[in-house]
Design a protein around this ligand. Sequence first.
Ligand code: MLT
Length: 412
Amino acid sequence: MAFLNDNYLKLKAGYLFPEIGRRVKAFTDANPDAAKRLIRCGIGDVTEPLPPAVITALHAAVDEMANRSSFKGYGPEQGYEWLRSAIAENDFRAHGLDVADDEVFVSDGSKCDCGNILDILGHQNRLAISDPVYPVYVDTNVMAGHTGEADANGAYAGLTYLPCTAQNGFIPEPPATPADVIYLCSPNNPTGAAASRAQLEAWVKYALANQAVILFDAAYEAYITEPGIPHSIYEIPGARECAIEFRSFSKNGGFTGTRCAYTIVPKTLLAATTSGERKPLHPLWLRRMTTKFNGVPYIIQRGAAALYTPEGKAQVRALIEHYLGNAQLLVAGAKAAGLTVFGGVNAPYIWVGAPAGYTSWQAFDKILNEANVVITPGSGFGSKGEGWFRVSAFNSRANAEEAARRLHSLKW
Ligand code: MLT
């Protein structure tokens, strides 16, 4: 008899975005006219085409694959040297941060890496996770058997939840209790908040004191506009001894469908064996990648490398400014409607308080039915997200303008 992984049965309903998709489909099937004016501000998926520098590089790489002399089969599982070097040089060493080429692991996405990293971490780790939070951090730990059952609010036994509220600016403080693995996301999905240097210093201090590992998700780093906000956890002294950083080309280069990201595992980062001996995690991640992954396609890595050319950098900047311009319009529309709004300054998400008396899903239904705009209910990100909703700024300018108008004129 084959057994299934019981842990999957602990998961709450579907993954958030497929669930939203199901509800939107039911609405559009029943209301074909409303479907025509539907504006999607739910899932954080880019809408604008890939930068021209990437397209040129992709075409050239396709042509290379057509010739025996330049054809590529299996590449290095951890990424081609030229891409790892471009990443380490441009995203870290150019900013005075000490990251070696071979500490960069190129992958097919930060979502995948955030889940896969559990392969090299022990099952006995005490986990601290923000609430609200990107659901992948929680669900992958549930799947791995690191939690008990969920309660009525969807909170899993065995996890330390770090409440993120308007009072703490949606950035969690280190808990009084010890944690071994901490998930931090800055700029934050879903709240749009960005951690200050002092806040990250407090976390690095806590991690070093507890010999903990911080899993730092910086997928939205390119959206930081305010001076003084760290772009990398490695800006904080001591972080090379306690942090893994996840970065993605999805939200800066528009690679959500093209798939390329990277993870930094410093060689100076140690974790304990069951017997208490401290050993580096870097060789374990290399072993994991070379065993379970065959690398990102050559063509795609060539496309990603083009993001680091002068033209590529300028084109990425224009994309970011486009989406942040949308965010400003959406912030203004929601504020004009009298709603409480956070985010949208250092992130492509705005975090909006549902008016009194509305749960997150009730707000979702009202906005879908009456404004024909799709948002994401805050409760889908955790119990502390209840009473909030997230609006994604990933859209065309015309759609963002229209969504802002509709949010403004919606009567609650
Ligand atoms: C989101 O909407 O939260 C994003 O799509 C998350 C992701 O990039 O996976």
